[in-house]
Every structure is written in C-alpha cells, then in structure tokens.
Design a protein around this ligand. Structure first.
Ligand SMILES: Nc1ncnc2c1ncn2[C@@H]1O[C@H](COP(=O)(O)OP(=O)(O)OP(=O)(O)O)[C@@H](O)[C@H]1O
Length: 619
C-alpha cells in the first residue's frame, strides 16, 4: 500500500513493514485540525509498529494498524472533515467524548469495523449520517450533548447495545425498529421535537392522520359530502392560524435582528467564533454582580469580548475559560436545568454559596443573572483537576506521575473543605457539597487544593440532580431516597479510593467511560486479603508510602460503608487524615519508571474487577 507521508527525521531510513503511512496521514490531518499542544508534541514519529505499544496519545494499534482513537476531555476544538476517517479502515473504537469539536459528523462508510463510537459532549451539528446504518458491528453509539438536528435514522441491528442521542435538537418520530424501541427514555430526552415511544410525547401529525383516515374510511359512503365540508373549514382555520403565526414570527424576527444589530451581537451561525459573546445567550439585559470580598471586577462588555476556550460540559452546563484583555483569567460556568426560582430566590441561594469561605473552597467571584442566562464566575485553577492528575496521559510518555504526597494533600484539602461546609450547613437532609468528585477538585498555580461546585443542588431541578449528581448515587438514595451529610462522606470515600487505586468510580465516570463500583471492589479486596494489589502502581512503588496508603484506605472504606450511620462524621475523618505522615525522604526516592501503561497492565481489571482479581488470587 502507498506510503503517502514519510517523516525522515523521526522514522528510520528503511520503511518498516507493517507501517501504514496513509493511516498516519489521516491522524496528521486530525492533528492539524485540532492544533492541540499535547497532540502537536506527542503525535510524531512512528505511530503503530507491528504489535508494539503505541506512543501516540490516545491511539490504539493492532498489527501495525490503527484500531482505536480515544481523545477524551482534551479541550479539542475545530471541525473534522467528513472524509477524515476514510483511511482508517481498521478502526474499531473512536471517542472524542467531552471536547468542543464542531461541524458535521463524519462519514463512516469506510469504517466497517467500528464497534464503539462516542462523540458525546461536543458541538457537532447537522444530521446523524446514514452511513452509520451500514455498520454491522456497531455496539455502542453515544451522540448525546451535541447540536444535532434532523431525524433519527432507522437503526435496526440488534447488536447495538448502547445508544444515546439525548440533549440534541433532533426532531420527528423515533423509528419503530425493535432496537431503537428497546432503549429507555434517557437515550432520547432533551430533544424538544422528538416524538413517539419510548418517549411520552405523541406524534400528533401521525395520530391525527390515522384518526382522520379511520374516520373517512368508516363513514365514506354516508358522510363524504359532510366530511369534505368539515375538512375545508378545518383547512381554512389551519391556514389562518399559520398565517397569523407567520406574521408574529416576522415581527419577532425583525425585533430580534434589530436587537442583535444594536448590541453588535453576532448571529448564531457564527458560534464557532470563540468569544464568550458567542457562547452565551445575551438575549436580555442581565445583572453582573461581583462578590466584593474577592476584589476582582470587570465590565460585562470586556467579558463578552474575551476569547473563550471550552473546558468541558459538566452536569450543570458548559464551562469556559475566558481570557480578558486586562485582568485575571476567569472560568465562566453556564448553569442550565435550574429549578424554577424567582430572581430573589436565585440570589438568596447564590449568596449562601458565596458565603462559604475556606482556603480549600474555590470562591465564587461573581454571577450573571438574566431571564435566559445564568452564569457563575470563578478563578481559573492553573493546574487543572484531580481527575486528570490521576488518569490523564496514562500509557504515554507525557504522563507526569501523581505522587503520594500530592494525593495525600488532596485527601487533606478536601476533608478540610468538607468539614467547613458541613459545619456551616444546618439542614440535616442535604448534602452540603452534593457533587464531590475528582473533576471538582482543582489545583491552583501553587498546587493548593480547591474544591468547587459545592451547594449547586439548591439550584438544580430535582430530576436532573437525581440523574447526575453524586449525592443521589449513594446506596441509601437508591434504596430509601435518603440524602444527608453522610452522602458527602460516601463521595469522599469514593474519592479516596480513586486516589489510591487510580480506578474511575462508576458514579463519577465521565459519560462514555466505564467506571468501577469501587467501594464494592475494595471491600472485597480487603475481605479476600489481596489488598496490596489494588494500589495504583505509580504510588505502590513509593515504598515509604505504604503505611500511609493503608491508613487512607481504611478511612476510605469506612466512609463508603453501605450504611450511612456507620460512616464517620467529617471531623473524625479530618482528624484521621491529618495524622498520616509523608516520610521526609519520600520525595527524593527514585521513581523506577517514567510512565506506566495501565491500559496494558490492568485494563481488564477496570472492566470486570471482581472476576479478574479473584482469578488472580486463585493462581
Ligand atoms: N475554575 C476552574 N479552573 C480550572 N478548571 C476548571 C474550573 N472549573 C471547572 N474546571 C474544569 O472544567 C471542566 C468542566 O467543568 P464542569 O464543572 O462544568 O464539569 P465537571 O466538573 O466535569 O462536572 P460537574 O458539572 O458535574 O461538576 C472540568 O474538567 C473541570 O475540572
């Protein structure tokens, strides 16, 4: 096969057999489109060679061919050409989950081996391509949280086990194929104009049609002149209504156009332009309120002009990093799916959140309130979140080990922050944080621990909170719909287990990622006495850390006890975490290897941890 691009600097003089240059060209084209600093640095040299472990971030290979592309949570921007995947004919897994990619979806005609496709949490628009219908092996299709339009194609292969198109702008009737009907409501919610089972919105046109057809066939002989007259009158009324609506629409459109012009707001099609102005709905004049104590101020207009970079779609809305021309970098969090609160109620809740002040809580700098848009503003945490520190770049040369001392600092900082929240929340029937997970624990430029997103459950509509927030995933909520401070303790326990094992807990796994029931897994490990095997090799090799790791594990296990009454109070947790020491010489101990490919060592473990570990034990 033809070798189209050949980088002489990075590849040996003779072209290795099994090297497919046209596949590398396809990845290079993606790299150029994304212009992402990590990929620019990392996607060089040989990508897949025979069965060697690939060095390219997020690329999986088999027999020298590209079989997987997993680029998740990387803030990737830009559009992808529709024919971008034509040359990747061995591709079996593709995930761009949780980035900011826009444009139409790709053509998958040539990717006949595709089994898992996850493009959720982006800004893709246009139709769901019919090329997906030709994929005989497609098991999982995740397209939720995009801006897709048009109807759902008639997927009918029973091999399709996972399917999600929720939170798009899809319309029309859900095709009545067995497989599409077998998915639950949650696969389709958030598409206003979608209708028919399994969702509860009726497809009125279809029903009406069938009713009128039934009527006309039943009375055909006796009532046809009367029916014809009725139909003429109905048609006339419908026409008048349509005309009336059209006039209203034209008037409204003119008004909006005028508003847009007067405010110099770009029209919606320009959404790819990355300024805050184009990322938010500036429909109506709103109120920008600063929290005085933080001493940071900027004008709304400066903020709207600031360039915006998507940080990701979270439970409550999108997050953007806004670079103001003058002043600090701020993070703008768009809130969506809120409770129907009056402006006074909203402000009261926001003040309660802003009133929580602690060195380990990320302070709310300001908020914006208008009818259509509610925004929160925070300081940008330079060193990102703990989720990325634990899991980011595993299996690549870019991976910077997340050392024991840093993990212990996270455990301490979060415990202190939770203690503050718990002491300052009177109600017994709420979880003061409510959504504690590693992506909500941030590290600033000095590696200080900052917990964010606390208290938002007071603003979010209950059905959404139940679906997405961690405090609703506890055993007691699943069985008795019970929420309390102990819900936070359970989440904290899961966070500790994630820090120790580097496994993603199922309840906080980003969409499209498989998580593990960590509490159950760790309990079993202890019961069956293979505890030592569960620690992340990255810290397990830091020998002086073992005692501290075991103590933290015990605290984690107590915190995620099934029964909330048996979990400790936060003050007890703080006291226990505080006494764990980091031996002085630990930091200087030589790290035996610079990167560990966990996907090679225990990938299967994360998929079915109980079985794999139990099997290991038997050997
Ligand atoms: N102030 C901040 N500084 C740096 N990164 C941030 C900041 N706030 C949020 N992020 C990061 O931006 C991304 C999106 O955040 P967001 O809070 O919207 O979603 P999330 O944390 O993944 O989920 P959730 O909405 O459930 O909290 C996450 O990776 C988060 O860690």
């Amino acid at each position: 096969m033809a070798l189209m691009v050949f980088n002489k600097q990075s590849i040996a003089e003779d072209i290795p057999t099994g090297f497919h240059g046209y596949e590398r060209d396809a990845l290079f084209a993606l790299k150029i489109g994304f212009n992402n600093s990590l990929l620019n640095r990392n996607w060089t040299g040989l990508m897949c060679y025979m069965n060697d472990t690939p060095y390219w971030q997020g690329i999986q290979c088999l027999n020298g061919r590209v079989t997987g592309i997993l680029l998740e949570n990387m803030m990737l921007n830009g559009e992808i050409e529709t024919d971008a995947l034509y040359n990747l004919t061995e591709l079996s897994i593709l995930s761009f989950n949780n980035n900011s990619i826009s444009g139409n979806l790709m053509d998958f005609t040539k990717n006949q081996k595709l089994r898992k496709l996850d493009l959720s949490g982006n800004y893709f628009h246009g139709d769901i391509p019919s090329s997906l219908l030709s994929l005989n092996f497609l098991e999982s299709l995740q397209l939720q949280d995009n801006n897709l339009t048009g109807s759902i194609p008639g997927f009918n292969r029973s091999i399709l086990e996972e399917f999600n198109v929720s939170y798009n702008n899809l319309s029309g009737e859900i095709p009545e194929t067995g497989v599409l009907q077998s998915f639950s409501l949650s696969s389709y919610v958030g598409n206003e104009n979608l209708c028919g089972p399994p969702i509860t919105t009726f497809c009125t046109t279809r029903n009406d049609l069938s009713q009128s057809n039934n009527g006309s066939s039943g009375d055909k002989t006796n009532n046809s002149p009367r029916l014809a007259a009725v139909l003429i009158v109905v048609n006339a009324i419908v026409l008048v209504v349509i005309l009336f609506l059209f006039i209203i629409y034209c008037k409204k459109y003119k008004k909006l156009e005028k508003e847009f012009k007067s405010k110099n707001v770009l029209p919606k099609e320009e959404e790819h332009d990355s300024t805050i102005r184009n990322r938010i709905h500036e429909g109506e004049k709103g109120k920008l309120v600063f929290m005085e104590k933080n001493g940071i101020k900027f004008e709304l207009d400066d903020l709207l002009k600031a360039s915006a970079q998507g940080l990701g779609k979270g439970t409550f809305g999108n997050c953007y990093k806004a670079m103001l021309e003058v002043g600090p970098i701020v993070v703008v969090k768009r809130l969506r799916d809120l409770k129907p609160l009056s402006s006074e109620e909203f402000v009261r809740h926001v003040k309660a959140i802003a009133g929580q002040e602690h060195p380990n809580l990320l302070p709310l700098l300001a908020y914006f309130y208008s009818k259509d848009e509610k925004l929160f503003f925070y300081r940008f945490a330079e060193n990102g979140n703990v989720y990325n520190q634990i899991h980011g770049g595993r299996g690549t040369r870019e991976r910077v080990p997340f050392r024991w001392s840093s993990r212990l600092a996270v455990a301490r900082g979060v415990a202190r922050a939770l203690e503050h929240l718990h002491l300052n929340t009177r109600s017994q029937n709420t979880a003061p944080h409510g959504n504690l997970k590693s992506s909500n624990v941030l590290l600033d430029e000095n590696e200080e621990i900052l917990v964010t997103d606390f208290g938002l459950s007071s603003l979010i509509a209950l059905p959404i909170a139940v679906q997405r927030m961690i405090s609703y995933k506890t055993p007691e909520y699943q069985s008795h719909k019970q929420i309390s401070k102990k819900s936070d303790i359970w989440s904290y326990g899961c966070l500790l287990l994630e820090l120790l094992t580097a496994q993603v807990p199922a309840q906080s796994a980003p969409p499209g990622t498989d998580g593990v029931d960590l509490c159950r897994w760790v309990h079993r490990a202890v019961r069956e006495e293979w505890t030592a095997e569960i620690f992340d090799p990255e810290i397990a090799v830091q020998k002086g850390a073992n005692q501290g790791m075991l103590r933290l594990l015990q605290i984690g296990i107590k915190c995620c006890d099934k029964s909330p009454e048996k979990r400790p109070e936060i003050a007890e947790v703080v006291a226990e975490v505080e006494v764990i020491n980091v031996p002085g010489d630990l930091e200087d101990e030589e790290y035996p290897y610079s990167w560990i490919d966990r996907s090679q060592t225990d990938d299967s473990l994360s998929a079915t941890p109980l079985v794999v570990i139990a099997d290991d034990q038997r050997r």
